[in-house]
Each structure stands twice: as structure tokens, then as C-alpha cells.
Ligand binder design. Structure first.
Ligand code: F6P
Length: 327
């Protein structure tokens, strides 16, 4: 992107919603205002550009959304944008609206869309937001902390009734193909076992033996956390029933994990990322993603960022195992 002055930008949220998306939208709009840049809200993800679905955003339009879950701009996983025709329509909408750039808030799918758009000549800056925390270029994604806290709150409640009935509970958490949510939550609730896609499951060792050891430690209720990418909680529950004779209860937390007011961490991160995205454009730095790296915010070119991968820190699994040590 050259040094020409940015006058008007679009902002959109795309993919699965995540608590903190609104805080990021607010930060983008407010920072843009502070730099004399006009803002247009693009609704329903990339579909908003394909179908000209937009709303002008002033500072007052984003008042009181900092603490709200969901996204005021709505979100979608656009099928139309995956086609050449759809992307051409999106570029036409940007021209019609006089947009110099678009800030896209979402996950990897959103950023692949951003890359396609940038290849057609539009400047795009990405902000990572997904409860899965599975964006390879960024250590952290907006929404992860809130989703963990929601899951923990639910599982703490489950524990009360599981403890009273001396039962085994199998809880499925989201995360798509990643186990970040399951492992963090498993550590935070003191799970008996955690099953994640990053680690092949040995049912006898990872589940049955864990329950046995926990029983020997004196426990009479057991909490098994399953990442959706590691298998179905219903299947795991059935297998536990067959192999242990217990009568487990299965809970799929589902979309409840994506709702609710963002935590302090997500509000703060979203605000800083929104600011950083607009300031990158002001510096003439387009086609990048705002990422966290060792606690700092950095920008990385989209193509390079999309090629990056990150790995779940398996030390966390070792910590979990140590919590089951017995003398
Ligand atoms: O990517 C966020 C996420 O919530 C995943 O954890 C989950 O697999 C998926 O979205 C669910 O998508 P949908 O909202 O389309 O059911």
C-alpha cells in the first residue's frame, strides 16, 4: 500500500462469532475517527461486500457495545465470496463505497478471503478472533479466554451434580480441529482426563486407567473433557459405560461457549488489536494481519501469516498428568 491518505475504511466480522468482536469493531471505528478516517460497517461477513449490505458507522454507533457478546455487524461464512464472480462483486462494492481498505475480524477462513481480495487490489488488514485459538500466525485470538471461562463456569456447575450423584461426566467442548479450548479448560476444572485431536487417544490408558487411578485416590465422580475434534462425547460416554460399567452423563456445551460478555482479557486485546489494525493502515501498511507474539502486537503480511502454523504446548498435558499423581 502506498502512502496515500486513507479516507474511508470498511470493517466486517466473519466466520464463527467470538466474544470481543464488538470490542474490536468499536476500537476500529474509534481509532479511525481519531485519525479523520470514515468508517463503514460491512454486514454479514464477506457477504456484505458481495451483496452491498453495509451501514455507516460513527463513534456514537459503537457506544455501549464493548461489553456485548456476538457482533453487531452479524457474521457469516460466505459461499458466494469463494467464487471469482462473488469476489469481483465485492471489489465493485468497495469501489462504489470509496473504501481504501477493509479491516476483517475473524479466523483463518476470513484471512484466506482477505488474501484473495488483496490479490484483486484492495488493502485488507486482519484481526484474529475465534474461540478456537487456532490461527497459526497469532499466539492469541480474541474470544478464546471468554469461551474458556464460559466452559469452566458450566463445568463447575456440572461438577456439583456429578459429585452429588457420584457420577462420571463426559463434556464436549468446541475447538474445531484444535484442542486449545479443551486442554485449557481441562486444566482449569481439574479434569480426570482430557482428549484432544493433537494427541492420539489410547482409550484404555487415557480414559479407563485415569478413572481407575482417580477412584484409587478416593474420588467418586469423574470429569472427562473431550475436544470436538478428538471424537464425540456420546461415543466416549458409551465406551466408558461398556468398559467400566459406570453410567456416565454426556453434556455437549455447544454454541453456549460462543456467547456472553467478553472477559477483561478479550476486551483489552480486542481494543488494542482494533487500534493496531487502523494504525497499520495509517502507516501505509496494508495486507497484513495483527498478531500477538510473545505478548506483543506485531503485523505480518497476510500470505506469510497464513503459511504459519502453531502447535499446542504439550507441556500442558504433562501438567495435567502430574495432577493425578498419587503416593
Ligand atoms: O470456529 C468456531 C466454532 O465455534 C468451532 O469451534 C465449531 O466447530 C464451529 O465454529 C461451529 O460452527 P457453526 O456455528 O457453524 O455451527
Amino acid at each position: 500500500m502506498d502512502e496515500k491518505k486513507v479516507k474511508r475504511i470498511g470493517v466486517l466480522t466473519s466466520g464463527g462469532d467470538a466474544p470481543g468482536m464488538n470490542a474490536a469493531v468499536r476500537a476500529v471505528v474509534r481509532t479511525a475517527m481519531s485519525q479523520g478516517i470514515q468508517c463503514v460497517g460491512i454486514r454479514r461477513g464477506w457477504n456484505g461486500l458481495v451483496f452491498s449490505d453495509f451501514v455507516p458507522l460513527k463513534s456514537s454507533d459503537v457506544s455501549h457495545i464493548l461489553a456485548a457478546g456476538g457482533t453487531i455487524l452479524y457474521t457469516a461464512r460466505s459461499q458466494e465470496f469463494l467464487t471469482e464472480e462473488g469476489r469481483q462483486k465485492a471489489v465493485s462494492t468497495c469501489k462504489l463505497l470509496g473504501l481504501d481498505a477493509v479491516v476483517a475480524i475473524g479466523g483463518d477462513g476470513t484471512f484466506r478471503g482477505a488474501l484473495e481480495l488483496s490479490r484483486l487490489g484492495l488493502d485488507v488488514v486482519g484481526i484474529p478472533a475465534t474461540i478456537d485459538n487456532d490461527v497459526g500466525c497469532s499466539h492469541y485470538t480474541i474470544g478464546f479466554d471468554s469461551a474458556c471461562n464460559t466452559a469452566i463456569e458450566c463445568i463447575d456447575k456440572l461438577r456439583d451434580t456429578m459429585q452429588s450423584h457420584e457420577r462420571c461426566s463426559v463434556v464436549e467442548v468446541m475447538g474445531r480441529h484444535a484442542g486449545y479450548l479443551a486442554l485449557y479448560v481441562g486444566l482449569a476444572v481439574g479434569a480426570t482426563a482430557v482428549l484432544i485431536p493433537e494427541r492420539p487417544v489410547d482409550f484404555e490408558k487415557d480414559v479407563v486407567e485415569r478413572i481407575r487411578q482417580s477412584r484409587l485416590m478416593g474420588n467418586t465422580h469423574f470429569m472427562i473433557v473431550v475436544a470436538e475434534g478428538a471424537g464425540s462425547a456420546v461415543d466416549i460416554g458409551n465406551r466408558i459405560r461398556e468398559e467400566t460399567g459406570m453410567d456416565p452423563r454426556v453434556t455437549v456445551l455447544g454454541h453456549i461457549q460462543r456467547g456472553g460478555s467478553p472477559t477483561a482479557r478479550d476486551r483489552e486485546m480486542a481494543t488494542r488489536m482494533g487500534y493496531a489494525a487502523v494504525m497499520a493502515l495509517v502507516r501505509g501498511e496494508g495486507n497484513c494481519i495483527v498478531c500477538t507474539h510473545d505478548g506483543h502486537l506485531v503485523t505480518k503480511p497476510i500470505e506469510q501469516a497464513l503459511a504459519e502454523t502453531k502447535h499446542l504446548q504439550m507441556e500442558r498435558y504433562e501438567v495435567l498428568e502430574a495432577m493425578h499423581a498419587r503416593n
